[in-house]
Design a protein around this ligand. Structure first.
Ligand code: 5GP
Length: 362
């Protein structure tokens, strides 16, 4: 396990609100309990419960959002989540989050994202490289683009990029707003769009215009695909050739053939898939099949807080379940560089990080 922690890693599928520390959630719940907003005693066991079905997870997200929805808290959790990933030697993190409106808190999707960006800026225990290719300001904010934050000497460094998520509960107009915001924030580290949220809610046709718009504007897309056996939707998702897909638990042979033919990288979240009972045993997981077929995969955490996992743990789980040796683990970690939505310069920097680590670790 210690070796898995030392291994440099790339995280491509992590939801901000699903990655919040339990201790922070409890502190926030206590605070809201004291203010009489929630009944603390009722939520403690919900937060601490181990093993949840998928519908239970989505109920819990509503609670998370109740706890985290103000600008200051969004900034705090972003900072903590980045520090936690960096502590696991994640060298590149593509963090995804759903921009939220909350009139009661004076929050717009744009001000929510400004709070996220402030959280990235607030990280002080490691150096953060947060893309800033331009000089324009975010319309809704006074934020200035960030570059490498912190001292350059002898400190851990993590590249952080953002994906904006469309929630399946949203309307076409709301989804479009998220895509337009992502375009506005391209100089603030936003590199793509995700579609997530409860997979039994919402119609594909609702999100399609916004996803097409993103594609037309050159913004890469990753989709939560095949979390439930909705084959009409899986086909439609593959029709738009997303740059990546996540989960893919219920794809059937014909659908896998298309994924392989189209060379779509797959974000694999082993613990999440097992905890939410998508597979009765980890040995039935499709990881082994894709790995043997040399198909591009990336091990990911999904919701490290919700599922009490880390990316080091996901690597350990893959190695111990599927019998991968250190060299194979190293190559698996490094191969995820190709699937990032980062620019070529960052990919080059990441390649150098892995070259340096190779002598030390193999
Ligand atoms: P947020 O976007 O609020 O930062 O992160 C939490 C949100 O991510 C959830 O409300 C949900 O929309 C999405 N999410 C987290 N985990 C999963 C998952 O396993 N499947 C799907 N479909 N969505 C998820």
């Amino acid at each position: 396990m210690e070796w898995c922690r030392e291994l440099p890693k790339i995280e491509l599928h992590a939801h901000l609100n699903g990655s919040v520390r339990d201790s922070t959630l409890l502190e926030l719940a206590k605070d809201l309990g004291e203010k009489g907003v929630i009944a603390f005693a009722d939520v403690v066991h919900v937060i601490m419960k181990n093993g949840r079905s998928l519908p239970e997870c989505f109920k819990l997200f509503d609670l998370y959002h109740l706890l985290t929805t103000d600008h200051q808290t969004v900034t705090r959790i972003t900072k903590e989540v980045i520090e936690d990933f960096a502590a696991e030697n994640v060298v590149y993190l593509e963090l995804r989050t759903t921009p939220k409106k909350n009139e009661a808190k004076g929050m717009t999707k744009c001000s929510y994202m400004k709070a996220v960006i402030d959280g990235i800026r607030a990280v002080d225990t490691v150096d953060v490289d947060f893309d800033t290719s331009g000089t324009s300001d975010v319309n809704c904010s006074e934020a200035t683009p960030l570059n490498c934050i912190g001292s350059p000497i002898n400190r851990k460094k993590i590249y952080v990029r953002l994906l904006l998520s469309i929630d399946r509960r949203e309307t076409t107009a709301a989804a479009m707003e998220t895509v337009n915001l992502a375009i506005d924030l391209k100089n603030f580290g936003v590199v793509g769009i995700d579609l997530s949220g409860n997979p039994v809610i919402g119609e594909w046709q609702t999100f399609l215009p916004a996803l097409k718009h993103a594609k037309e504007l050159g913004l890469p897309i990753t989709l939560h695909c095949g979390e439930v056996p909705n084959h009409k939707e899986i086909q439609a998702m593959l029709d738009i050739c997303p740059q990546r897909i996540g989960h893919a638990c219920f794809l059937v042979e014909e659908e896998w053939k298309r994924v392989k033919f189209l060379k779509i990288p797959v974000e694999i979240c082993l613990t999440s898939n097992i905890r939410t009972e998508r597979f009765s045993s980890i040995y039935d997981h499709f990881f082994a099949d894709l790995y043997k077929a040399n198909h591009q995969v990336a091990l990911c955490t999904d919701d490290s807080g919700l599922f009490s996992t880390t990316l080091s743990n996901e690597f350990y789980l893959a190695a111990s379940t599927f019998g991968l040796n250190k060299n194979e683990m190293f190559l698996l970690a490094r191969s995820a560089i190709q699937s990032t939505f980062a620019d070529e310069e960052v990919k080059h920097e990441l390649t150098k990080i892995f070259e340096d680590a190779e002598n030390r670790l193999i």
